[in-house]
Design a protein around this ligand. Structure first.
Ligand SMILES: *[C@@H]1O[C@H](CO)[C@@H](O)[C@H](O)[C@H]1NC(C)=O
Length: 654
């Protein structure tokens, strides 16, 4: 746990120290900024997000109640703007897509200079009843404020009840509530930890904001003098939803020297909840899964060896005609069943071979993207301090791996004897992205209609479409072309003219039962990790446990492949040679469980107070589950592809 915890930041530090190029690169949030005493330290503001900053009676975390984030300068909040209006800070593409909207603020923080009194941010502001209602509702829903100072989020201090250890949430509360009223936090006590590196060289290593609700604060100065008097802690500020309430925003700043070094400043944000349970369940599922896979594959390999030996011996005796009668060979009666029977049909192209090729090509693209992203993350390149880097890298890799998608889909289509090549060339790079983009666009309309800042700006959408069209599509076309130019692969056995009759499927070999059966194992191997991923998606937690993720991903691949191969073996033994779609569908079926799990997560961890919140959650969950289906289906499809080639390749058939 400990090594995983500090691994990314120490690795980054190591790479930076070892590389002479370090100064040539500027990695935001990773390259330290040195300040002199009295230097102005900019405080930037991000959005107002639903969070779990509130607590319910027994100290457990409050449920997340909404999915809509709001712009910091949404007019209803009446936060003070800097003179001349707030400026946007440029961000990475991934950061924008994941909702960051970073802007400048009027706060004046000077390195090492305490502001122990009260300082007003701007003139008194007036909350109309309508705005008061809006803000009170946000407080009831537990919204939190996101600030960044020197790339570090302003946090609030928390105690993990299970381990009694302290950590920072990267957000602090907009307000608090008691039985009947909501109170707005209008005063911020900003505690900044700094670390001295040299004479008069300081770095920022920690930020905590302890907000307060002070009803009687007033600005006393005028003009450039922003002094103020802070009210009593006893009289909290509650916004009246009948008459206009005037509010003064104030803050104090305390600089505290700290021994924390710059390289480890993120560690207190990256808190592992229940690390023991996490390790325990992951190792648990790893052991069970490897045991199962090992057992199954050894049995399967042994059975297959025996089968192949027997088939080939019978073949030598000239008793090829296993299908119709039981034959008396030397070793007794041979049942008239077995996977050899379908050798004349097993390489018959499936129905809808175009669709399957397109899906598997896209799945290969997703799979390689996911694998490469996780590997990058494990090495430590995607530290959370580099905001949005995870999403940016994912988009970049997905775009580049369009090549792999195109190549895979056209190789598959070639082996299916496909003829509609134009369709394949066009559909591979466009079908799935268009579907995803269409759904994303529709969901974005919901977000936009709520006036939420989470809506992806139109220009960003254009950029995404541009990248897809200008880079991904050409790469995919090149890949498809190369795949198309490859010679037609020779199947190990010839396909008969007339398709064989398939006996009706029974029991678990029917489509739906086989999907449910096969899907549950890969899901079982990774569902612990899924919980943490969901938490970071919906509950404001930073996800960084990439070591765990890497293990889970490996488990997912191995389990999906093994269980699907087993299912296809049984299918072929039952003389059903329609294995291609079946392999894809059964292996992808873990997506069904992922979707059901997201519903369970909703029921247990979230309670949306609006209809559109639920729609958005369902929409994104369905979209992610679908992508999951395509990705994990591809694992099973390729695994069975290799499996079928191998076992029929080892038969001696003239
Ligand atoms: C600023 O305030 C902090 C916290 O109260 C204190 O530890 C520190 O010594 C103060 N610094 C100065 C320069 O007064």
């Amino acid at each position: 746990m400990l090594s995983l915890n500090t691994l990314p930041s120490s690795l980054v530090a190591l790479v930076l120290a070892a590389s002479p190029l370090a100064s040539a690169f500027y990695l935001p949030g990773i390259t330290p900024t040195n300040y002199k005493e009295g230097d102005l330290v900019p405080l930037t503001v991000n959005h107002i997000t639903p969070s779990q900053t509130g607590t319910v009676g027994d100290g457990t975390h409050q449920r997340t109640r909404s999915v809509f984030a709001f712009d910091y300068y949404h007019p209803a909040f009446h936060f003070c703007q800097p003179e001349g209006g707030a400026q946007d800070i440029s961000e990475s593409l991934g950061s924008i897509l994941f909702g960051d909207r970073i802007q400048t603020s009027p706060f004046e923080l000077r390195m090492g200079v305490n502001e122990t009194g009260c300082r007003a941010v701007c003139d008194e502001v007036q909350f109309e009843p309508r705005d008061a209602k809006f803000v009170n509702r946000r407080i009831w829903q537990g919204y939190g404020v996101n600030w960044l100072i020197d790339g570090l989020p302003a946090g609030s201090r928390w105690i993990d009840p299970s381990t009694e250890s302290e950590f920072y949430m990267p957000v602090f509360a907009l307000g608090r509530t008691d039985e009947e009223k909501a109170y707005l936090n209008n005063h911020y006590n900003i505690y900044i930890d700094y670390h001295q590196v040299r004479q008069d060289q300081y770095r920022i290593v920690g930020i905590e904001v302890r907000p307060e609700s002070l009803g009687e604060s007033r600005r006393t100065g005028t003009g450039d003098d922003y002094s103020a008097t802070c009210g009593n802690v006893g009289t909290a500020l509650s916004l009246d939803d009948k008459v206009t309430t005037s509010v003064t925003w104030t803050y104090s700043v305390f600089w505290q020297p700290s021994p924390t070094s710059f390289a480890t400043r993120w560690d207190k944000y990256l808190h592992v909840f229940d690390p023991k349970i996490h390790w325990f369940s992951l190792i648990n599922s790893a052991v069970i899964v490897s045991f199962l896979v090992g057992m199954v594959s050894s049995v399967l390999v042994r059975t297959l060896r025996r089968d192949i030996k027997r088939y080939n011996r019978l073949d030598q005796l000239g008793l090829d005609d296993l299908g119709d009668t039981s034959v008396n060979a030397e070793d007794g009666v041979v049942e008239d069943s077995g996977w050899k029977l379908v050798h004349g049909d097993v390489f018959r192209p499936p129905r809808y071979s175009l669709a399957l090729s397109v899906l598997a090509g896209n799945g290969a693209q997703l799979l390689t993207m996911a694998a490469a992203t996780i590997i990058f993350a494990v090495i430590g390149f995607l530290s959370p301090s580099n905001r949005g880097s995870l999403a940016t890298v994912m988009i970049l890799l997905y775009t580049l791996f369009g090549f792999i998608g195109g190549y895979a889909s056209s190789r598959i289509y070639k082996s299916f004897n496909g003829s509609k090549w134009k369709h394949l060339f066009l559909l591979t790079p466009s079908a799935l992205p268009a579907l995803v983009f269409g759904i994303f666009f529709l969901l974005n309309l919901f977000v936009w209609a709520r006036g939420s800042s989470g809506a992806v700006p139109f220009t960003t959408m254009l950029v995404v479409v541009g990248i897809w069209f200008l880079i991904s599509v050409p790469l995919s076309l090149i890949g498809s072309w190369l795949g198309f130019k490859q010679p037609q692969p020779d199947p190990p056995v010839r396909t008969n003219q007339i398709p064989r009759q398939i006996p009706p499927a029974q029991g678990y070999l029917r489509l739906i039962p086989s999907m449910l059966l096969v899907g549950v194992l890969p899901f079982g191997a990774i569902f612990v990790e899924l919980y943490f991923i969901m938490n970071s998606l919906w509950s404001n937690r930073i996800y960084y446990m990439f070591g765990f993720l890497f293990l889970s991903f490996a488990l997912l691949v191995v389990t999906s492949a093994a269980v699907t191969i087993l299912m296809v073996y049984f299918l072929l033994c039952a003389e059903n040679y329609h294995w291609q779609w079946r392999a894809f569908a059964t292996s992808g079926a873990s997506a069904i469980y992922v979707f059901v799990y997201s519903l369970v997560y909703w029921a247990r961890m979230l309670s949306f107070s609006s209809f559109s919140g639920g729609v958005l959650y369902l929409g994104y969950s369905a979209l992610l589950s679908f992508l999951w289906f395509v990705m994990s289906g591809t694992i099973g499809f390729f695994a069975c592809w290799v499996f079928v080639q191998r076992i029929y390749g080892s038969l001696k058939i003239d």
